[in-house]
Write a protein that binds this ligand. Sequence first.
Ligand code: SAT
Ligand code: MN
Length: 546
Amino acid sequence: MVRSRTLLELNQQAYPGCFLHRSNPNDVARTEHLTFICTEDREDAGPTNNWMAPADARGRLEPLFRGSMRGRTMYVVPYLMGPAGSPFSRVGVELTDSPYVVASLRVMTRMGRVATEQLGTSEMFAPGLHSLGDLDPERRFIMHFPRERLVWSIGSGYGGNALLSKKCFALRIAGVMAREEGWLAEHMLIVGIEDPTGRITYVTAAFPSACGKTNLAMLIPPAAFEGYKVWTVGDDIAWLRVGDDGRLWAINPEAGFFGVAPGTGPKSNPNAMATLDRNSLLTNVAMTPDRLPWWEGIGTEPPPGLIDWQGRAWSAKNGKAAHPNSRFTTPAKQCPTISPALDDPKGVPISAIIFGGRRARLTPLVYQSRDWEHGVFLGASMGSETTAAATGAVGVLRRDPMAMLPFCGYNTADYFAHWLAMGRRLTHPPAIFTVNWFRTDSDGKFLWPGFGENIRVLDWIIRRSRGEGIAITTPIGLLPAVRDLNLEGLALTDKTLAELLSPDIPAWNAELDEQERFFKQFGSRMPQGLINQLSDVRTQLNRVAD
Ligand code: SAT
Ligand code: MN
C-alpha cells in the first residue's frame, strides 16, 4: 500500500506503525441516501429507510460488480464480532478489493483464525461483498438483504460504507438477528465507572455519529472526583441481552475505535491521543513537514508547510486542513483505560442507559425517565443536529431515535416495539436518562463545559440508578436537584445552571408536535404505549402551564 501510495508513511519515530490514507474527495463520509434495506415488503424496511426490492437491488448491482475486481486482488476476510468464545459473538466474512479496508478490519475486528475457529463447521456467518468499483457516486450503493444476512456495497472505500463489520453488520443486519433472537444491537458506547470504594458501575450511552461518544468512553475525571476512574469497554456499538439474573448485559462487538480526529487532543481526550500514536491508520487528516499527523484541535497551531487532507499545501484561506470527518482507526487494546471486560465472553451488567443528542436549545443537561416505557419514549423521541459523519447539511435538527435513524435494519416502529418487549423480560431493568452536553447561550457559547466534567452528570445518573440521589418531578421526566449535583470546582453561575436544568415549557409543546409528526409516519405499526407516553407528557405540560 505504501508502494502504491494507498498509504503514506507517517513519522515512524513519533508514530510507529502509523500510516496516512487519503480517500477520494468525493468519498469522505457515509452516504445515507445510497444505503438501502432490501426486503420483499416495503413496510418491513419502514418509512425511515430507503427501500428496494431484493430482485431489483441485485439487478442494479450485478452489472456493477461484474468485472469490478479485474486486475485487483480480492481479499477474503473472516472476522469475529465480540469476544472469542462468547455465545453472543457472531462471525462475518467480507470479500473486498480494497487493501485499506482489510487493514482497517484487522484493527476494528478480531480477524482471521479466531473467526474461523469460532465458526467451526457452522454456516452461520454474515456474508458481505464489497468493491471500490469506480468510486463514482452515481454508481455507489450499500444494499442490505436482511433475510440472507447479506450486504452488498460498491463504489465507496470509506468508513461505514466499506467496513461492512461496523454499521452494516453489527447494527443493521445484527439488529434484524437481534429482534428474531430477543436481544438488541445498539449504537452505544459502554463504560465502567469505578468509584473510590472500587465499585464499578457499567452504563451504555447512545449518541449520533460525531457527538463525542469516543470522548465520553475515555473520560478522565477532574480533580474534584479523585479516586474515580472510567474504564472503556466500547465507543460505538453495544450488543445487549437479558441475563439469567434479569439484568441487561452488554458486549462490545468491535476490537478497535474509528474515531473522529478533529477536536481530539491532549486536553479533550488524552487517552485517545495515547491510543492512536502507534499501529493506527489516519484517514483524511493533514500532515506536517515532519510527517506528523495534524488536525484542528490536536493542541498545536498549524505549522508552516502543513499539507492538507487532499495533499495540497495548506494556508489559512483554504479552510480546514483536516477533513471534519477525518478519522483514526486504532486498536482498542492500546487505550490506557481499556477495560479487561472487552474480552469477557459474558460481557458487563448495565445499570443505566443514556440517550444523548446535540441540541443547542431546549433539552436540559440531564433528566431521568419515570420507568422503562417512558425511557423507551425518551429514546424514540430523540432529536439531534446533524454532523459531518454523513454527507449532507450539517447542524440541521432531525429526529434520530436511539441514535439509530441511519442504522436500523428494519421498520423503526417494530424496533420500538422490540425495545418495549425487552423491558418486559428485564426484572432488574437499567434506569434510563437523556443528556445534552451541547446547550448554548444566546451568543452560541456552550453552557456546559463537557468532556471530563461530564462525570458530574454520570455520578448523578449512577446514584439515581441505585435508587439514591434527589430528583424533581417535571412533566418531561425527573430532573436533578441542583444541590444534588457535585459541582465542586466548577464556576457556573446560578443563571447558567437554571438554564441548563429547567425545561422550557412553551418550547416543549412545539417539540412534542414534531415528535408526534415523526411517530405518525409509522401509522398503525407505531406501538400504542409510546403514543400514550407522548399524550401523557402533553397533558402534564398543559396542567403545569395552567
Ligand atoms: O463512517 S462510520 O459509519 O463508520 C462512522 C460513523 O458514522 O459513526
Ligand atoms: Mn457511530
